[in-house]
Design a protein around this ligand. Structure first.
Ligand code: TYD
Length: 140
């Protein structure tokens, strides 16, 4: 498994198809948009103001996080450096590579956090303890 760095986690602009007076449409297509194929989509919503989510890392999972509605912040760390991304547009998303601890907070009311993931749900892929995460980073 490649050891990814924070620089591998970046904002990707999606295609945005305009339609005068009828709104917009953005597309994610396997083989074109992301450096992984999407096997699962899930979304967070009704997150109470002031609440935070995440607080874990994944061993092998890659994700693409989009503010489908509203806004929130995603803070990533590789154990050394920390970077915060503010997501507030449905046509931009954050690529999160394996081995990054993430915290999501500052959810606006009505925010929908849509996550496109490279694999199905596997609890064994989660690292939920920060010390264990640092250990993982040292040994990966
Ligand atoms: P979790 O990933 O801990 O949420 P967050 O990191 O956003 O706070 O998931 C919360 C619960 O939902 C947990 O009990 C596992 C379950 N879950 C699934 O069953 N399938 C999934 O694809 C995801 C992402 C979570």
């Amino acid at each position: 498994m490649k050891k990814y760095s924070l620089d591998d986690c970046l904002i990707i602009d999606l295609d945005k198809h305009h339609s005068d007076r009828k709104g917009n449409l953005s597309v994610v297509e396997n083989g074109l948009t992301l450096p992984f194929d999407v096997k699962r989509v899930y979304y967070l919503y009704d997150v109470p103001g002031g609440e935070s989510r995440g607080a874990h890392a994944h061993r092998e999972l890659s994700q693409f996080i989009v503010a489908a509605s509203g806004s929130f912040s995603v803070t990533l760390t590789d154990g050394n450096e920390r970077r915060t991304f503010f997501l507030n547009r449905p046509y931009k998303g954050l690529l999160v590579r394996p081995g990054m601890w993430r915290d999501l907070d500052d959810f606006s009311s009505g925010a929908v956090c849509m996550v496109l993931a490279s694999d199905i749900y596997k609890e064994e892929d989660y690292i939920r303890d920060y010390e264990e995460f640092l250990d993982f980073r040292r040994n990966v």
